[in-house]
Design a protein around this ligand. Structure first.
Ligand SMILES: Cc1cc2nc3c(=O)[nH]c(=O)nc-3n(C[C@H](O)[C@H](O)[C@H](O)COP(=O)(O)OP(=O)(O)OC[C@H]3O[C@@H](n4cnc5c(N)ncnc54)[C@H](O)[C@@H]3O)c2cc1C
Length: 378
């Protein structure tokens, strides 16, 4: 099979890239080892926030925000995006200082946030406990249904001409003159002028084929969903410490996450941890007292690529022309993936993008490290 661009990985990053590339006039083959959206892109919390992001991600995150607001127009499915706003809780004066500092970064990037002290927090979010020190609230951020997003992009890309292969993974990548030759498990071969490595937690493996090293490890964030209860939690909730993130859907179920589950030794699958279950359910009840006796009906995990500096590996390979990396999204990829596809398609089809992703370049691990602010929350 011959194409302009072969994409390895059918998570939201790969599917978004496929759609934007076919719209830019490229012939595209997307290869997914399992099912579309089967891994992090389908298992995640569904948080769509710019609030509290590392400033180096804000150009991409801001662009993604605009896409999320118009998702229905782009893919024919709004993916249940709800712009409820995102509330980040501080439990001490020191944590409040972190929120105040970020509110200045946000203002510089056109993202207004509202700071709340204990009294206004209580008045505006009466479902919260009374012991939180303060919070910041970012209107416009929100949540969406991760089960819908990657399939919606893949369906749209397929309808517009991309070839989407599922259940057949790439086993090797070789140079074939100026092109790439990707061999699949079934022994099918794909020749492409451009290769996009969107293999999520497994992207490091393909980067190494061309000597591109990236300190990305697989981790398994853990999630929970409760029985349906009356709808009261009308914002996505997070904490400065990152210990808990929580949202409620209109049907009443409360979806929340925190801590990390157990990875299989081969890092392909993961499973929930009982200890994390007890800790995170306890924390949810502390923060939102009405959840204290709630029945948690399911817990699950997903495998995510986490880079040591907490930023994705995104951009052209430093060593191989026409190879692009887009992996290791470190807990932030659901929100940003719609823009990742747009930016990669611009780089591939036009040679430049106005969205500044230079700080996310794979190059940062070939030389001196940049100084980067830590961000703990998914
Ligand atoms: C529990 C959890 C909660 C999260 N919460 C949030 C959140 O609230 N907000 C947010 O923005 N982000 C969140 N994230 C992070 C987000 O889900 C990821 O960053 C994002 O989905 C990454 O997308 P991806 O396409 O790079 O990876 P994936 O969805 O993992 O897709 C990569 C795909 O590559 C495929 N692949 C790998 N090797 C091969 C091969 N050899 N051949 C073919 N295919 C291959 C895999 O099968 C996989 O489907 C969370 C992640 C987890 C796990």
């Amino acid at each position: 099979m011959q194409c302009d661009v072969c994409i390895i990985g059918g998570g939201l990053v790969g599917c978004s890239t496929a759609l934007h590339l076919v719209r830019a006039g490229k012939s595209v083959v997307l290869v997914e080892r399992d099912r579309i959206g089967a891994h992090a892109s389908g298992a995640n919390f569904g948080g769509v926030r710019r609030h509290g992001r590392n400033v180096l991600e804000l150009p991409l995150s801001t662009r993604a925000f605009d896409i999320w607001r118009n998702m229905g127009t782009l893919v024919g499915n709004d993916c249940e995006f709800m712009p409820t706003g995102h509330l980040k809780i501080a439990r001490s004066e020191a944590e409040m200082a972190v929120l105040e500092q970020w509110s200045s970064f946000g203002a510089e990037h056109g993202i207004p946030v509202v700071l709340h002290d204990r009294t206004s927090l209580r008045a505006n979010f009466p479902w919260l406990n009374t012991s939180s020190f303060g919070a910041s609230f970012c209107p416009g951020d929100g949540h969406a249904n991760p089960r819908l997003a990657a399939p919606a992009f893949a369906l749209r890309a397929g309808a517009e001409g991309a070839v989407v292969i599922q259940g057949d993974g790439a086993t090797t990548v070789e140079d074939a003159r100026d092109e790439f030759e990707v061999t699949l498990h079934s022994r099918r071969r794909i020749r492409a002028a451009v290769l996009v490595n969107a293999a999520g937690a497994w992207g490091r493996h393909f980067a190494r084929y061309y000597g591109d090293e990236a300190p990305v490890e697989a981790v398994a964030p853990q999630m929970f969903v409760s029985e349906p209860v009356p709808y009261i939690i009308d914002a996505v909730l997070g904490m400065v410490t990152g210990g808990l993130y929580l949202r409620q859907i209109p049907r009443g179920n409360v979806i929340f996450g925190g801590g990390r589950g157990i990875l299989d030794p081969n890092c392909h699958r993961s499973s929930p941890s009982d200890r994390v279950f007890a800790e995170t359910v306890g924390l949810a009840g502390d923060l939102v007292p009405s959840l204290r006796d709630i029945a948690v009906i399911r817990s699950w995990t997903g495998v995510e690529g986490h880079c040591e500096d907490g930023l994705p590996i995104l951009g052209p390979s430093p060593r191989r022309a026409n190879l692009y990396h887009a992996f290791g999204f470190s807990g932030h990829g659901f929100q940003m993936a719609p823009a990742v596809g747009a930016v990669l398609s611009e780089l591939i089809a036009r040679g430049f993008s106005e969205t500044d992703i230079s700080a996310l370049s794979p190059r940062r691990f070939t030389g001196a490290k940049s100084s980067i602010l830590a961000e703990s929350e998914i």
